[in-house]
Design a protein around this ligand. Structure first.
Ligand code: SAH
Ligand code: SF4
Length: 443
C-alpha cells in the first residue's frame, strides 16, 4: 500500500528470459509494497513496459504501445507510466522518449531496476517525472523479491552482462560487463524454490559457460551444474545461453553425468559461414562448431540441439547463406530461433558496408525457415508411439481439457491426463507428432 491506496499494476515484457526475470522482480517488489497485479492494462494504476533493444522490431512495438497510452493518460492523469529495460540503456533514448511521449512518468535502465519502488514513491509524492539511468553496471543486488509466473519452473540468473561484443549485438552495451553471482546465493535461491515445490530451474546468463570468472571461489559452470544437481527434490535443470566458444568438455561431461540436467543444449551458431562468423566476432569457425557438435552427440547421443541463426548479416553472399543451410541440415537442430539481421546503432556491423537488401534478407529467411521446420517435423516424427517423461506444467493453452508439459529434450507435449499430475514428471505416450509440438496420452 502506498499512501493508503492499493495500486494495481500491469507489466508488459518484450525480449529474452533475462527481461522476463527482471519483470518478475519488478512484480515482486511491487507486491512487497502492497500493490496488486492486473492483466488488464486499461484498469491499471501503474503501467510498466520492460523493453528489448536487440532488434528494431522490438523497439517499434514499444513505440506503438506507448503511442496508444496517450489517450489513457489524458483520461486518467493519475496513471503512472514507467519504462525500463534494454532500450532505455541506449544512448539518447530517454531524451527521444521524453520529447515524443512527454506523458511518461518514470524511466530507468537495466542496472537500477531495484530502485523502482523508490522512483514510484518520488513520482507520487513530488508529482514530477523521474529519469535515472546508470551508465555502468554496479555490483549484484541480492535479495530482491521475485513474483514468479509459474509455481513449477523458475528462472535463476547466474550471471549478468556480456563481454563478447558480437558485432551485430547491443547486449554488451545495454547489460554491461560479465559478472557472476556467488554460488552460495544461487544454491540458496534454488533450495528455497525447491522448498516451495518448484521442480525445474533454468540457469540464465548471456553466456553461462563463462560463469565464475572474477569470483573468489574456485568455481566454473561445470562445477556449478554438479552442485545444483545435488539439490534434493529438484527434478530438472536447464540453462541458457551457451556460447559455443566457451562450451568446455567439463560442461559436456556434467550434462552427460548429472541425471537432473535435461538433454537439451541451446547452442547459437548465428551463421554457417566461417567468413561471416569472423565478421560477427563469434570466435569460432564452421569447422570448430561442427566438431563441437560431433563431440556433444558422441557424449550425449539423445541430446536435442537448438540454436539461433541470423540471416542477411552485412556481406552475406548466396554462398555464405547456403553454408548456413547446409550446416543446419548437418547438425539437424530440434528447433531454431531464426532472425533477420537488424541494424543496431553504435554496433560495428551497422557501419559495415555491403548491407543486404531487404528483399534478399526476407527471401533467405523464408528459405531457412522451411529447412528448419522440415527437420523439426522429422525429429518430432521419431517420437511417434514412444513413451516419454513429461514434467506437467498445467492446462494446455489451446484446449482446457488437455494438459501440457515438456520432455527433457524440451518438446512441448499436449496430452490427455489426470489433473493431479500437474507438477509431477509422468509417462506420456506420443500419439501424434506435429512440427512444433507433440500430442499424447498419459499412461
Ligand atoms: N547471449 C545469447 C543471445 C542473446 S540475443 C547468445 O550469445 O547466444 C538473442 C539472439 O538474438 C542472438 O543469439 C542473435 O541470434 C539474435 N540477435 C542479436 N542481435 C541481433 C541483430 N542485430 N539482428 C538480428 N538478430 C540479432
Ligand atoms: Fe550478444 Fe554475442 Fe553477447 Fe550473445 S554473446 S549477448 S550475441 S554479444
Amino acid at each position: 500500500m502506498l499512501n493508503n491506496k492499493t495500486l494495481s499494476y500491469y507489466i508488459e515484457t518484450w525480449g529474452c528470459q533475462m527481461n522476463e526475470e527482471d519483470s518478475e522482480k519488478l512484480s515482486g517488489m511491487l507486491k512487497n509494497i502492497g500493490c496488486i497485479r492486473t492483466e488488464v492494462k486499461e484498469q491499471a494504476d501503474i503501467i510498466i513496459f520492460n523493453t528489448c533493444a536487440v532488434r528494431e522490431n522490438a523497439e517499434l512495438k514499444v513505440f506503438g504501445n506507448l503511442g496508444a497510452l496517450k489517450k489513457l493518460k489524458e483520461e486518467r492523469p493519475d496513471l503512472i507510466i514507467a519504462l525500463c529495460g534494454c532500450m532505455m540503456q541506449q544512448k539518447d533514448m530517454s531524451e527521444t522518449i521524453i520529447k515524443k511521449y512527454p506523458f511518461v512518468d518514470i524511466i530507468f535502465g537495466t542496472h537500477n531496476s531495484y530502485k523502482f519502488p523508490e522512483y514510484l514513491n518520488r513520482v507520487r509524492q513530488e508529482g514530477k517525472s523521474v529519469i535515472e539511468i546508470f551508465d555502468k553496471e554496479e555490483g549484484i543486488v541480492e535479495g530482491i523479491p521475485v513474483d514468479r509466473k509459474s509455481d513449477i519452473k523458475a528462472f535463476v540468473t547466474i550471471m549478468y552482462g556480456c563481454n563478447n561484443f558480437c558485432t551485430y549485438c547491443v547486449v554488451p552495451y545495454v547489460r554491461g560487463r560479465e559478472r557472476s553471482r556467488k554460488p552460495v546465493e544461487i544454491i540458496r535461491e534454488i533450495k528455497s524454490l525447491v522448498a516451495l515445490g518448484y521442480k525445474e530451474i533454468t540457469l540464465l546468463g548471456q553466456n553461462v559457460n563463462s560463469y565464475g570468472k572474477g569470483l573468489e571461489e574456485d568455481v566454473d559452470f561445470a562445477k556449478l551444474l554438479r552442485m545444483v544437481n545435488e539439490i534434493e527434490g529438484l527434478e530438472r535443470i536447464r540453462f541458457m545461453t551457451s556460447h559455443p566458444k566457451d562450451l568446455s568438455l567439463d560442461v559436456i561431461y556434467a550434462i552427460r553425468d548429472c541425471e537432473k540436467i535435461c538433454n537439451q543444449i541451446h547452442l547459437p551458431v548465428q551463421s554457417g559461414s566461417s567468413a561471416i562468423l569472423k565478421k560477427m566476432n563469434r570466435s569460432y569457425d564452421r569447422e570448430q562448431y561442427l566438431e563441437l557438435v560431433r563431440t556433444i552427440k558422441r557424449e550425449i547421443p539423445d541430446v536435442a540441439l537448438t540454436t539461433d541463426i541470423i540471416v542477411g548479416f552485412p556481406g552475406e553472399t548466396e554462398e555464405d547463406f547456403e553454408d548456413t543451410l547446409n550446416l543446419v541440415k548437418e547438425v539437424e537442430y530440434d528447433s531454431a530461433f531464426t532472425f533477420i539481421y537488424s541494424r543496431r546503432k553504435y554496433t560495428p556491423a551497422d557501419k559495415m558496408e555491403e548491407q543486404i537488401d531487404d528483399k534478399v534478407k526476407h527471401d533467405r529467411f523464408n528459405r531457412l525457415i522451411e529447412v528448419v521446420n522440415e527437420i523439426s517435423a522429422k525429429i518430432n516424427k521419431s517420437y511417434q508411439d514412444k513413451v516419454v517423461k513429461v514434467l506437467v506444467e498445467g492446462k494446455s493453452k489451446n484446449d482446457e481439457t488437455k494438459l501440457m508439459g515438456r520432455t527433457t529434450t524440451g518438446k512441448l507435449v499436449n496430452f490427455v491426463g489426470p489433473e493431479d499430475s500437474i507438477g509431477n514428471v509422468i509417462d506420456v505416450k506420443i500419439t501424434k507428432a506435429l512440427t512444433f509440438s507433440l500430442n499424447g496420452e498419459a499412461i
